[in-house]
Design a protein around this ligand. Structure first.
Ligand code: F6R
Length: 609
């Protein structure tokens, strides 16, 4: 959700800023801008559209300078337009970029207007620029002024500002929206994600909640929310430079789909020995807490929520304890009743999703045994806020539509389920069966990927449709939900998922010869039930596409196309059936010519409500 880059150096930073924005573009991509200090003034260029438009404008009007800030936007307040693009300025001397949402922007705007400030955009961010300008009248030092300004803000922000009167520094502040400071030699950088800065540094400090920092050419000073100086060392990141390189693939999404065999292997590395499962890195005393666990509460959004729903089937089958699953945006605002000895678990790729983070903060006051996050971003807010952590090891995911992060979440949730199970006395045979299934999973996923060509062919059947239904039963129902989410996200085809048994309670009315119905049909104890559901659709002339195990013996006939999927182990079948669903949505989107990696209206990390 929006991307921020800032730099202060002896050299020209304009290209560093643009390259940084390109690396963050997956987070937000409706407009972009830079503000660079040069010849005693701030010069600003903003463009509607992608960072390439801004790059082009800078090629035509180069703006070399040693101090600058930049932003790629995902609109919250004010339509995507050049006038709403960041940086926002106040009186020609302050420029400011912002991620997040300022909730009291209306009242602040009125106060600032009364003081004579003129607003040129519809954004909440412009309020911050003028507020900072106003504070500078009584606090001449930029970081003091920013500190005072942030005290007047309600909402979330990660922000960076520069001032023509103090051109030896950038000031930054964080509350609810991540910021990282990067260190070079005699130069420093700031970004909302370290990925933006990998071409220039590997040394990073993450700003903590409510901290303010001054970033100069010769160093960084950080203050906590009480104004005390904070000492923190830079740490060297091991993130791969090529994480933001598509390699041989046409899209990041396709690359990430194809990475899944190795993502699963990485998630399992060191965790299965002699068919026994060991997850040792959850945090101190995790086992002691697990022994006491009598219920789980899983909270997440979007794709991560679908992963949580799959885990519910596993937990209740193997641990025989209640597993409640809820969407974070609902949980955070409702009166909740906590089951005794419940463990609160958040699931998130980014670890920064505003609703999930807010749900976690709420849960900490509600009497849970402990909190645990299943997260792909080790330095994220959710990891810092949780008692225990399970890192999913999917690597950086750039495609806005989540693929490999989902599979890694499923694998991690299974490992977590076994870890809790073992602490509560899970028998060795069950552990062994699960371990064997997991060990085979990378190969099964690889085999599923090898069917990409056939799925590419099949996708033609969907590209002209306006709607698609996905059906599944048991732990494949959430896989049908995830398939529907993927299809609507990147191909813009309306798609819904139903538990197949629910069809006759309403959705059957939608079936006609123009309605493709995709069925996920592994060989499991629900297969015969599912076959009856398939018949219900067929007898109403629905157009069925059944992804089924060969042994399921579903006959291809008029109205039924059967696509074979090999999955030996029913417990890991949700992960295997996910692959053809991801490929299907990808190839449909390709035919439709949508922007696969950056679908319209979406952003990768949703750090605002
Ligand atoms: C869909 C997708 C989103 C995210 C959701 C939660 O492809 O990526 O639905 O899953 O925004 O994000 P995280 O997992 O970062 O909390």
């Amino acid at each position: 959700m929006c991307g921020i880059v800032g730099a202060i150096a002896q050299r020209d930073v304009s290209q560093i800023l643009v390259e940084g924005l390109k690396r963050l573009e997956y987070r937000g991509y409706d407009s972009a801008g830079v503000a660079i200090y040069k010849d005693n003034a701030i010069h600003r260029i903003r463009r509607l559209g992608k960072v390439a438009e801004l790059d082009e404008a800078l090629q035509q009007n180069p703006l070399p300078g040693g101090l600058g800030i930049a932003h790629t936007r995902w609109a919250t307040h004010g339509e995507p337009s050049e006038r709403n693009a960041h940086p926002h300025m106040s009186q020609d001397n302050i420029a400011l970029v912002h991620n997040g949402i300022i909730e009291n922007h209306d009242e602040l705007r009125d106060e600032l207007k009364a003081k004579g400030y003129v607003f040129t955009s519809d954004t909440d961010t412009e309020v911050m620029a003028h507020l900072l300008h106003e504070e500078l009248k009584t606090n001449s030092n930029l970081h003091h002024a920013l500190f005072a300004a942030t005290k007047k803000l309600d909402g979330a922000y990660g922000t960076v500002a520069i001032d023509t009167n103090q051109p030896d520094k950038m000031v930054v502040a964080r509350s609810g929206s991540p910021l990282v400071i990067g260190k070079g030699i005699g130069e420093y950088f700031i970004a909302s994600d370290q990925l933006a800065l990998l071409p220039v540094t590997r040394e990073f400090i993450y700003l903590e909640e409510n901290e303010v920092a001054e970033v100069r050419r010769d160093g960084v000073t950080i203050w906590d929310e009480h104004g005390n100086t904070v000492t923190r060392e830079f740490e060297v990141s091991d993130i791969q430079h090529d994480a933001v390189d598509k390699g041989q693939y046409r899209h990041f999404m396709l690359k990430e789909i194809h990475e899944q065999p190795s993502v699963v292997s990485d998630a399992l590395e060191g965790r299965i020995v002699n068919h026994k499962i060991f997850v040792e890195t959850l945090g101190q005393n995790a086992n002691k807490v697990f022994e006491k666990v009598e219920a789980l509460q899983l909270i997440a959004c979007g794709t991560s929520y679908n992963a949580a729903l799959v885990a519910k089937y596993w937990v209740e089958e193997f641990l025989k304890i209640p597993c409640l699953v809820e969407i974070a945006s609902e949980y955070r605002y409702r009166h909740t009743a906590v089951l005794p000895n419940s463990l609160f678990i958040t699931i998130s790729q980014s670890g920064e999703t505003a609703d999930t983070l807010a749900a976690l903060k709420k849960a900490k006051t509600e009497g849970y045994l402990a909190s645990l996050t299943v997260c792909n971003s080790p330095a994220s807010s959710m990891v810092r806020e949780s008692d225990f952590t399970l890192i999913t090891r999917a690597g950086t995911e750039i495609g806005v539509a989540s693929t490999k992060a989902f599979t890694a979440q499923l694998v991690s949730l299974m490992l977590l389920m076994v870890s809790i199970g073992k602490a509560k006395g899970m028998d060795e045979q069950t552990e062994k069966d699960i371990a064997i299934a997991l060990e085979h999973l990378p190969y099964e996923i690889q085999a599923a990927l090898e069917q990409a060509k056939e799925i590419d062919e099949l996708s033609k059947e969907f590209a002209e449709k306006h709607h698609t239904l996905f059906l599944g039963r048991g732990s494949q129902y959430p896989i049908a939900m995830e398939a529907a989410l993927k299809l609507k996200e990147i191909s813009y085809i309306h798609a819904e998922a139903y538990a197949a048994g629910e069809l006759k309670h309403g959705p059957l009315a939608l079936i006609d010869s123009d309605m493709p119905v995709v069925v996920v049909a592994p060989k499991d104890n629900l297969l015969e039930k599912l076959k009856s559901n398939i018949e219900e659709v067929r007898s109403r002339s629905g157009q069925l596409f059944v992804f089924a195990d060969e042994s399921a013996k579903i006959q291809e006939t008029d109205g039924i196309t059967v696509f074979p999927v090999k999955s030996e182990y029913s417990i890991t079948a949700p992960m295997v059936y996910t692959i053809p669903m991801q490929l299907l949505s990808y190839y449909v989107a390709l035919i439709k010519g949508t922007d696969v990696d950056q679908p319209r209206n979406l952003a990768k990390s949703v750090t605002v409500e």
